[in-house]
Each structure stands twice: as C-alpha cells, then as structure tokens.
Design a binder for this molecule. Structure first.
Ligand code: FES
Length: 130
C-alpha cells in the first residue's frame, strides 16, 4: 500500500477545478496504456494566459491529486509558463509520490500541454482561414 503525503491526500479527497469548460479554447487528453487511466484537460485562454483550467480524470488517487495540482499550478499562467510545468515539479508540489506512482504524475502535465497545443493549432487554423 503506497504511503501518500498529506498534500496528495488533500488533493485526492478535495480535488480543485474538477469538471468541464463549456466551449473550451483547447482540450488535451492523455491516457496511460499500462493502467488504462485517462485524463482530460480543458482550458480557456485570454491574452495568452490560462483564464480557466478544468479537468476530468478517470484514474487512481495519485492521478486525481496530480490533475488537481496541475490545474492549480497552471491557473493564471501564461501559455509559455504552463508549458514549463513538468511531472517532477508537480510531484514536488505534492510533497512527493510513492515510487511506483511516479508514472501517474506524467499524465497531468502531458494532458495540459496537449490542451495548449490544441489551442495553438486551432488558433493558427483560424488565422489561416481569415
Ligand atoms: Fe494509472 Fe496512476 S495507476 S495513472
């Protein structure tokens, strides 16, 4: 049985920013083929900043705590700053994860980064059309 930090337990029991954003500017989905867990991030962007970040996670307790922490870390950041959020930084903010749960911390940052890429590709497509 892995031993979780108080921070992980707090974010697992009371995850922040759970849900979906209506008409999101970007959506990013990431799954772990080993355990089958899935995570989706939704973002709203204004003036190159993450105005809102929400997520839905079907996964283990660590994956839920990771998504909650990523959403808090990313909120209000510029896109460039949010792209610098790494799985290691997320795990550190959670005061560590058990060794066999490190892989869970990859999902959060990757799903967020994919949502930003989705926003950017939609934006360039829009610019090409107009
Ligand atoms: Fe699958 Fe944690 S066990 S993400």
């Amino acid at each position: 049985m892995p031993i979780y930090s108080d921070k992980v337990m707090d974010h697992f029991m009371h995850p922040r920013n759970v849900g979906e954003i209506e008409n999101p500017d970007g959506v990013g989905e990431e799954g772990n083929p080993v355990c089958g867990d899935m995570m989706t991030f939704y973002i709203k962007v204004k003036d190159n900043r993450l105005e809102d970040v929400k997520f839905k996670t079907f996964g283990c307790g660590a994956a839920i705590a990771v998504s909650s922490m990523v959403s808090e870390m990313a909120m209000g950041k510029t896109l460039e700053e949010a792209l610098k959020i790494t799985p290691a930084a997320v795990a550190a903010q959670l005061e560590g994860l058990p060794k066999n749960k490190y892989h869970c911390s990859n999902l959060g940052a990757q799903a967020l980064h994919k949502a930003i890429e989705d926003y950017r590709s939609k934006k360039t497509q829009g610019e090409k059309k107009s």
